[in-house]
Design a protein around this ligand. Structure first.
Ligand code: DX5
Ligand code: ZN
Length: 214
């Protein structure tokens, strides 16, 4: 699934449309607050600026919240058109409650964790969440190198899945790493620079889908 973090921020609609034309239907949206991670990206109003485009073609918006106190923003993202929200275990002291809020707002609930956080930290949350997201880079920037221990961590998270749950991988996913992510159990792959930093993002997306076999 394309991460629009690597797209041209001045041309989201056309950059989203290009991937819709190529066949992509799920879009990953990275929200950063300058606190939990050093970078600031954008908020719900920006999501609402392209949500109609995605929804009218049957697509979905997967919001990855790299922000402190995400509970304060969930309703706004739901209103803006988010179909799922993923929160970091490191930012949620009351994670069970936070996941419940996401569900009450009618969204799919994901939980994720930094590469240095033991996977056991999400074992209880896995009983409530719909998606476990394995960060395979330190959150904050696109274009980083895939952290090798992520394959093992995917295996640990896979063991926690209930039937129908998603296992997502985010960071450094591209032609060189996507097959091992699939082999380790990921069924939702996020790629930013491997799609949007390429001469033809649409072709790059199609090539990755073929490699991943998803
Ligand atoms: C990183 C973000 C990722 C980012 C991945 O903090 O969560 O979604 O867009 O970018 P690539 O695919 O370039 O590593
Ligand atoms: Zn992300």
């Amino acid at each position: 699934m394309p991460s629009i973090l690597s797209a041209d921020f001045g041309a989201f609609r056309s950059q989203v449309a290009e991937l819709l034309d190529a066949g992509a239907r799920a879009f990953h949206v990275d929200v950063m607050d300058g606190h939990f991670v050093p970078v600031i990206t954008f908020g719900p109003r920006v999501v609402s600026s392209f949500a109609d485009l995605i929804h009218e073609r049957g697509g979905t918006i997967d919001v990855h919240l790299m922000i402190e106190e995400p509970e304060r923003q969930l309703a706004e993202f739901a209103k803006a058109g988010a179909d799922s929200c993923t929160v970091h275990v490191e930012t949620c002291p009351h994670l069970h409650h936070t996941l419940g809020m996401i569900h009450e707002l009618g969204m799919t609930a994901g939980v994720t964790l930094n590469p240095s956080t033991p996977t056991a930290a999400v074992a209880e949350a896995a009983l409530e969440a719909d998606v476990l997201l394995c960060m395979s880079v330190n959150p904050g920037w696109g274009g980083q190198k895939f952290i090798e221990s992520s394959s093992r961590r995917l295996g640990e998270l896979k063991a926690m899945l209930r039937p129908g749950m998603g296992l997502e991988i985010d960071g450094g996913v591209g032609p060189a790493t996507i097959e091992r992510c699939r082999a380790a159990g990921a069924n939702l792959m996020v790629a930013g620079s491997a799609i949007y930093d390429q001469p033809s993002p649409g072709e790059a997306w199609r090539a990755l889908v073929a490699l991943a076999g998803v």
